[in-house]
Design a binder for this molecule. Sequence first.
Ligand code: ATR
Length: 282
Amino acid sequence: MSDMEEIVPRAGVIGWPIAHSRSPKLHGFWLRQYGLAGRYDKLPVPPEDLGAFLTALPKEPGFRGINVTIPHKMAVLPYLAEIDSVARRIGAVNTVIIRPDGSLAGGNTDAFGFIESLKAGAPAGWSAANGPAAILGAGGAARAIVVALLDAGAPILRIVNRNREKAEALAAEFGDRLQVVDWEKRSETLAGANLLVNTTSLGMSGQPPLEIALDDLPRTALVNDIVYSPLETDLLARARARGNPAVDGLGMLLHQGRPGFEAWFGVPPEVTPKLRAAVLAD
Ligand code: ATR
């Protein structure tokens, strides 16, 4: 390479498949908005190539780090020289930084993204610490949300999952603020809740609907769906119709991108209505 060629800072998202990732739109918008020279690309990496990819990554000119998505969020762990405590507790990494010595540091910004999204969308005075949270689901997304809500001071986390054993495993791991509730009791468990979060795939386009009665949910409870396709899920529409504040699932995706962007490109980015529109556009 000649001295005249400029090496721009680079990042990207690894996954398999990766075609549907919205992260390039998110980071691409911010790069343009802040007038930064930089690149953020979709990086298709099949599982059998993960080790070779991560070993070669620090030698790639300009690369500052990557986001990690399905199916690599757990598989990257053995390749990291350092893993932050939140990522350790969640058991998955979504953001990797290449350090000056070429070693890799991993973190998980999903818990941050979840809480920041709620903060941005909740009415003044609402706090996760104010009362019990009802969490539908006990999969990977639920783990990040459990860690986020524990750290935000939620006094009780009611974990409602079709497969009760998975909810019990979460409770055994994360302690006695977690309570396990049978899937059949999902409507009753909303009594007295301060927050309702759907972390299941129910209600997503092409998936079965989420059947839950909201009658027992206090009108002050915040309702959040991590599903963002459709953006206005049936759950959110029914919550708003009865007067509950509601936050859609796009915010978590946008806010989880902030720490990585700042680390790679040096500017703390903002989540704005224009960004939302750009990421939603096809
Ligand atoms: P993610 O990483 O997005 O959380 P996941 O780990 O596959 O994905 O978890 C999917 C969640 O949706 C699980 O809690 C799953 O419930 P089970 O543990 O009982 O499988 C929940 N889920 C998916 N389809 C469901 C359905 N038809 N009814 C109830 N829960 C469902």
